[in-house]
Design a protein around this ligand. Structure first.
Ligand SMILES: Cc1ncc(COP(=O)(O)O)c(C=O)c1O
Length: 383
C-alpha cells in the first residue's frame, strides 16, 4: 500500500537551526511496518541527512572536507573527498555499483548469478554488499598479504573469500588471473574485472567528478589521486577536463609502482622501491587509464605519507588509509609547486579502521621503520 503525504515541519528545533524545506514524502506500508521515503536531489535540501531507498542509493554524494592546517600552510584550498563515508566504507563502493549496474544492463550478470573478483579488499567489500542488496553471491580472490581486517570483514559480509599467494601480474597464478578462471568455471558467474572494465571509471565520471566540480563551486584547479585500477583518477579526470581543460590532473604514486614512470617518461619500466600502501601501486596501464590526460605525477615515500597519516588523524580528526595520506601528500606538493590560490581536491579513500593492526599499530610501524617523528608540519618539506 502506498500513499502520498507531506513532511510535518518539526517545531522542537533549537533557535537558529535551519528548518528543512517542505518536501513531498512517500509513505509505504509493508505488512506491519510503515516507512517513509523522500527523493533528495542535493544535501542542501536535506539538512537532516539523506533518505535513500536502500544500500545502493546511499553510495556517493560524500562530503568534501577542507583540510584546514594544510590549506593555511600552503595558501591554497586543499579538500579531501570523504570516500570513507560511503556505506561500504571506501571509494570502491562507487566502482562496485557501477560495474554491477552495467553488467545487469548488458545481461552479463543474470538474476541470482555470482560476482567473482580479484581484489585487494575494498572493491570486494563493495561488491559483496551491492551483491547482497541486489541478490547475487560474491566470490573474492584476495592476495594473502592484505590486512586481516579486510579479509575477516569480507567473510563476515557473506563473501566466499579465497586467499592466494601474492604473484606478479604476468604470473598465471596472480590473483586477478585466478579470479578470471574462477568466474569462467562458476555457473552463472560474472567476472567484475575492475582493472580493465571501464564501467569502473564511468562510475567516477558520472558521480565523483561532478560532485567535486560542484562542491568546489566549479573553481577546482587541480585534482590528485593515486592509482589502483585507475578508475578514480581516470573517471574524475575525464569529467573535470571536459568542464575545464586547465584543471591539472596529477597522479600521486607510491614507490614500487610504475605510474610515475608512465606519466613522466611514457613507459612503465621504472618501478623501484616498495610501499606498504594497500589498494594502490599499479605496474601497468589498465584499460581504465587508457586515453586519459594526466598532467603530472609525483612519487611519495611511505615514511612521509605516514607522517601525513598521523597529521590527518591528530590535527584534522581524519582516520584514513595510507593511500589517502599519499593522495594528500600529492595535493600539498601540487599546492607548493603551483603556488598560492589554487583549489585542489583529492580522495580520502577509506577508513583507518581497516588498518588498525598495521598503520595504527606502533609495533608494526617500528618493524617497518615507519614510526612518525614530526610534531608539526616540518615533514611537508620532505614530500
Ligand atoms: C585503499 C584504496 N585506496 C585507493 C584505491 C585506488 O582506487 P582506484 O582503483 O580507483 O585507482 C583503492 C582501490 O582499490 C583502495 O583500495
Amino acid at each position: 500500500m502506498r500513499q502520498e503525504t507531506s513532511l510535518k515541519q518539526p517545531d522542537c528545533l533549537p533557535e537558529g537551526h535551519i528548518h528543512p524545506p517542505r518536501q513531498k514524502v512517500t509513505k509505504f506500508r509493508n505488512s506491519d511496518r510503515v516507512f517513509f521515503m523522500r527523493e533528495i536531489s542535493s544535501p542542501e535540501n536535506a539538512p537532516y541527512g539523506f533518505v535513500t531507498k536502500g544500500f545502493c542509493e546511499t553510495i556517493g554524494r560524500t562530503p568534501l572536507i577542507r583540510l584546514q592546517a594544510l590549506s593555511e600552510a600552503t595558501g591554497c584550498e586543499i579538500w579531501g573527498k570523504a570516500e570513507f563515508l560511503n556505506p561500504g566504507g571506501s571509494v570502491k563502493d562507487r566502482a562496485a555499483l557501477g560495474i554491477v549496474l552495467d553488467a545487469e544492463a548488458s545481461g552479463a550478470l543474470q538474476p541470482g548469478g555470482t560476482i567473482v573478483e580479484g581484489t585487494a579488499g575494498n572493491t570486494g567489500i563493495g561488491l559483496a554488499l551491492v551483491g547482497n542488496a541486489r541478490g547475487y553471491r560474491t566470490v573474492i580472490i584476495i592476495p594473502e598479504t592484505q590486512s586481516k581486517e579486510k579479509i575477516d570483514g569480507l567473510r563476515a559480509m557473506g563473501a566466499d573469500v579465497r586467499t592466494v599467494p601474492e604473484k606478479p601480474y604476468k604470473d598465471p597464478d596472480n590473483y586477478i588471473r585466478v579470479s578470471q578462471r574462477v568466474a569462467d568455471q562458476t555457473p552463472n558467474g560474472f567476472w567484475a574485472n575492475q582493472f580493465d572494465n571501464v564501467a569502473n571509471r564511468l562510475a567516477h565520471y558520472r558521480t565523483t567528478g561532478p560532485e567535486i566540480w560542484y562542491q568546489t563551486e566549479q573553481k577546482i584547479t587541480g585534482f590528485v589521486a593515486s592509482v589502483g585500477t585507475g578508475g578514480t583518477l581516470a573517471g574524475v579526470a575525464l569529467y573535470l577536463k571536459e568542464q575545464n581543460p586547465d584543471v591539472q590532473i596529477v597522479c600521486a604514486d607510491p614507490y614500487g609502482a610504475a605510474m610515475w614512470s608512465w606519466v613522466k617518461h611514457g613507459h612503465t619500466e621504472i618501478n623501484d622501491g616498495d610501499s606498504v600502501a594497500e589498494g594502490i601501486g599499479q605496474s601497468r596501464v589498465t584499460k581504465n587509464l587508457e586515453g586519459v590526460q594526466i598532467d603530472d605525477a609525483y612519487r611519495i615515500r611511505d615514511d612521509v605519507a605516514v607522517e601525513m597519516l598521523y597529521h590527518l588523524l591528530l590535527t584534522e580528526g581524519l582516520f584514513v588509509s595510507l593511500s589517502s595520506a599519499i593522495n594528500v601528500c600529492g595535493a600539498v606538493k601540487l599546492a607548493r609547486f603551483g603556488g598560492r590560490g589554487q583549489v585542489i581536491a583529492t580522495i580520502l579513500c577509506d577508513s583507518g579502521s581497516r588498518y588498525v593492526s598495521r598503520l595504527y599499530n606502533p609495533r608494526w610501524l617500528e618493524e617497518k621503520r615507519l614510526t612518525p617523528k614530526s610534531n608539526g608540519l616540518e615533514f611537508l618539506d620532505r614530500i
